[in-house]
Design a protein around this ligand. Structure first.
Ligand SMILES: Cc1ncc(COP(=O)(O)O)c(C=O)c1O
Length: 412
């Protein structure tokens, strides 16, 4: 049997996957040079020329009336809360499997995150748990479209309508996704997108809000531009700050948007090939994308492994072995109950509103998110799919090799 690379054997993949962000594309260099020479480097007046061009192009691609470009995909959700007048003492329901930013953003607006477990089928927020967590203080739900999945937006929208709640979709992983032909981020009141380096529509840092509501769009523009009124007639000021994105980043996004539709189509095609290739590996479960997803455009692809079929080894050990075989694979998020980065007590907020006991991770329990984060979930990174069929075949071959030799993997 071939020795595992983690034990000194020859890696399945001998050549690196293509880089992300793309470093070999002169188009990006040209647009940066153009902005540099123009002298218009900043984001004021808001929005700048490139910011406007990107906001329009991205909103049109997703199917929203408005896009609002800003610094990152964390402040987007803070701004969304503020635009919706959600703040001090209000509660916002979020899933237990996500990046810490999904919890920190409402806290930055003064609201308290109420964390609920995810669904077994998709690892996205569980609508039943959402409904059970609603109180008279609840003002919004933030579903996260995780990996290659989308949250059950039919159920979330129905709950939100019945209880008069706002919906802010965290679409940091979902640029391009469509649910029943409606773009991710265009179904709730706001859609929040990250353009950070690893994301599939990137300028290194950046974030977008999408909305179909004219007034919410104006309020979001105002909040990121120090509170300036965006409608000369109404003169509606907001309590804002400077969250504008500069024009160099915006120009990179205009350029990235031009490439995006082709990249999306390729990812969808190789994603399907990947599913077919890994389906027969013992202990590996493909979690098919919900069939209400009508345009499939994933950030990372999420697989489930059964540790029993990997000689009791967890996803952490299998990912380390995959990396050694030359395949970019990660665990990404621990459950919020055991997430080192999630330290709500460092904020005075929970104490100030006598909420500290409910926001103490030590008292939380999320069985599905805990199993996913600590034992079962493996994220395959975007560049595995950009390398075409060879890329996904190498990834599948490495996973099969590791499963076959699992009893020789390190214990932890
Ligand atoms: C699910 C999720 N939400 C929010 C964010 C925050 O985005 P940003 O890094 O642009 O602030 C990320 C980024 O990793 C994310 O993955």
């Amino acid at each position: 049997m071939t020795e595992l690379a983690i034990n000194g054997g020859t890696p399945v993949r001998q050549v690196p996957y293509p880089s992300w962000p793309q470093t070999d594309d002169d188009g990006y260099v040209a647009v940066v040079e153009e902005v540099v020479r123009s002298g218009e480097w900043g984001g004021f007046p808001e929005p700048g020329l490139n910011a406007t061009a990107f906001e329009e192009a991205f909103a049109a691609y997703q199917g929203a009336r408005h896009g609002v470009l800003m610094m990152n995909g964390t402040v987007t959700m803070e701004v969304a809360c503020k635009a919706l007048e959600i703040g001090w003492g209000d509660e916002v329901i979020i899933p237990a499997l996500t990046f810490a930013a999904t919890a920190y953003a409402p806290m930055a607006a003064g609201a308290l995150p109420v964390i609920v477990d995810v669904e077994e089928r998709t690892w996205c927020i569980d609508p039943h748990q959402v409904e059970a967590a609603i109180t008279e203080r609840t003002k919004a739900i933030i579903p996260v479209h995780l990996g290659h999945q989308m949250a059950d937006m039919d159920a979330i929208v129905s709950i939100a309508e019945r209880h008069g709640l706002a919906v802010i979709e965290d679409c940091a992983h979902a640029h391009g996704q469509r649910w029943r032909d409606r773009g991710a981020g265009c179904i709730g009141d706001f859609g929040s997108f990250s353009h950070q380096s690893s994301k599939i529509l990137t300028s290194g840092e950046g974030g977008s809000l999408l909305t179909n509501d004219d007034r919410l769009a104006r309020r979001a523009h105002s909040i990121i531009d120090c509170g300036r009124a965006k409608d000369p007639d109404e003169k509606e000021y907001t309590f804002g700050a400077n969250y504008r994105l500069g024009e160099v980043h915006a120009a990179l996004l205009v350029e990235a948007m031009r490439r995006f539709p082709e990249q999306q189509a390729q990812r969808a095609e190789t994603g399907k090939a990947f599913e077919a290739t890994v389906a027969d590996i013992p202990g590996v479960t493909v979690m098919p994308a919900d069939d209400r997803i009508t345009r499939w455009s994933f950030y990372n692809y999420l697989l489930r492994i059964d540790p029993d079929a990997f000689a009791g080894r967890t996803n952490h050990v299998v990912c380390a072995a995959m990396e050694a075989e030359g395949i970019p694979a990660e665990v990404q998020y621990p459950p919020m109950s055991r997430y080192e980065l999630f330290q709500p007590s460092l904020s005075r907020l929970p104490v100030a509103v006598e909420y500290a006991d409910r926001l103490d991770p030590a008292t939380m329990s999320f069985p599905v998110a805990e199993a996913a984060g600590e034992r079962e979930s493996i994220y395959f990174m975007e560049n595995v799919f950009r390398d075409g069929l060879t890329g996904v075949q190498d990834a599948a071959e490495a996973l099969a090799k590791i499963q076959a030799g699992a009893d020789r993997l390190p214990a932890v």
